[in-house]
Design a protein around this ligand. Structure first.
Ligand SMILES: [Zn+2]
Length: 94
């Protein structure tokens, strides 16, 4: 996957951006984007989800770190506030 393709993948996950806006941002032409659609299942899937309205914005909610009990805004499914705490939790589990 080239850089434009993976960037398109990332941006397509955001329901706030329209496809045409994304193409403009990444300087991708319609024909290039159609190529991505046929060659990249991930992109095709995201475009499908956009059409059916399944794409939901990821809502980040503060979580309490399992190690230091500090509140933080998790990225994706992170359960720890920092790499240090993640390492600590892995040590504690073993
Ligand atoms: Zn922590």
């Amino acid at each position: 996957m080239d850089i434009q393709e993976s960037a398109a993948c990332l941006l397509l996950r955001s329901p706030h951006l329209s496809v045409s806006h994304i193409l403009h941002l990444l300087d991708i032409s319609d024909s290039e984007f159609r190529k991505f659609l046929t060659s990249n299942a991930q992109i095709a899937n995201l475009v499908d989800k956009r059409r059916t309205g399944e794409l939901k914005p990821y809502i980040s909610q503060p979580k309490e770190c399992k190690v230091c009990a500090e509140w933080f805004m998790p990225y994706a499914s992170a359960r720890h506030c920092s790499d240090e705490c993640l390492k600590t939790s892995l040590i504690q589990e073993t």
